[in-house]
Write a new protein. Structure first.
Lengths: 112, 110
């Protein structure tokens, strides 16, 4: 069964450093998403991406964040200058609406 | 935006017991999904159920879209069912983003 994959599974970085989280969506899906979950809290939408552009973003997704589909398979989330409060689990998801979204296993980001 | 309320917030069961988890939402939706978050933090798709009833083994779910709620039933619970259960909805016209509830923490004791 096709699945969404994410790398790395765990990333530790120092405050102020740039990080890139990588995702490979399901191959025939055209809509991609990033969500995040701060420890112990609910999952929150960050951004959706379709046709090589952002289709919607939340208020969390400020200028420090960017997304890119650099080739036909990868979908990346970049945080330019990490803050302590960026520590969270980051999930990538993909779908072909109107069907269900499939989530990757997540990247646990720890900012020290 | 849409509100998603899950109840109860916490649930403790003895192995073998049955349970019902509820999700209420405040507006019409295109999509509703139930997830199980395992101890490693992974979100496991349980059901895609914008309306109607589905069953998968010991789990079943029902969504009554006109009354804006969904129920997840777990029968003959096992310790491996422990974890957090999330309901997530896609509001009409929301460009397919999901809004999650706060989750229900289930603990199944042997």
């Amino acid at each position: 069964e096709p699945e969404v994959t994410q790398t790395p599974s765990h990333q530790v970085t120092q405050m102020g450093q740039e990080v890139i989280l990588r995702c490979v969506p399901i191959s025939n899906h055209l809509y991609f998403y990033w969500y995040r979950q701060i420890l112990g809290q609910k999952v929150e939408f960050l951004v959706s991406f379709y046709n090589n552009e952002i289709s919607e973003k939340s208020e969390i997704f400020d200028d420090q964040f960017s997304v890119e589909r650099p080739d036909g398979s990868n979908f990346t989330l970049k945080i330019r200058s990490t803050k302590l409060e960026d520590s969270a689990m980051y999930f990538c998801a993909s779908t072909e609406p109107p069907y269900e979204q499939y989530f990757g296993p997540g990247t646990r980001l720890t900012v020290t | 935006g849409i509100q998603v309320e899950q109840s109860p917030p916490d649930l403790i069961l003895q192995e073998g017991a049955n349970s019902t988890l509820r999700c209420n939402f405040s507006d019409s939706v295109n999509n509703l999904q139930w997830f199980h978050q395992n101890p490693w933090g992974q979100l496991i798709n349980l059901f895609y159920i914008p309306s109607g009833t589905k069953q998968n083994g010991r789990l079943s779910a029902t969504t009554v879209a006109t009354e804006r709620y969904s129920l997840l039933y777990i029968s003959s619970s096992q310790t491996t069912d422990s974890g957090v259960y999330f309901c997530a909805v896609e509001p009409l016209g929301a460009n397919s983003k999901l809004t999650f509830g706060k989750g229900i923490t289930l603990s199944v004791r042997p």
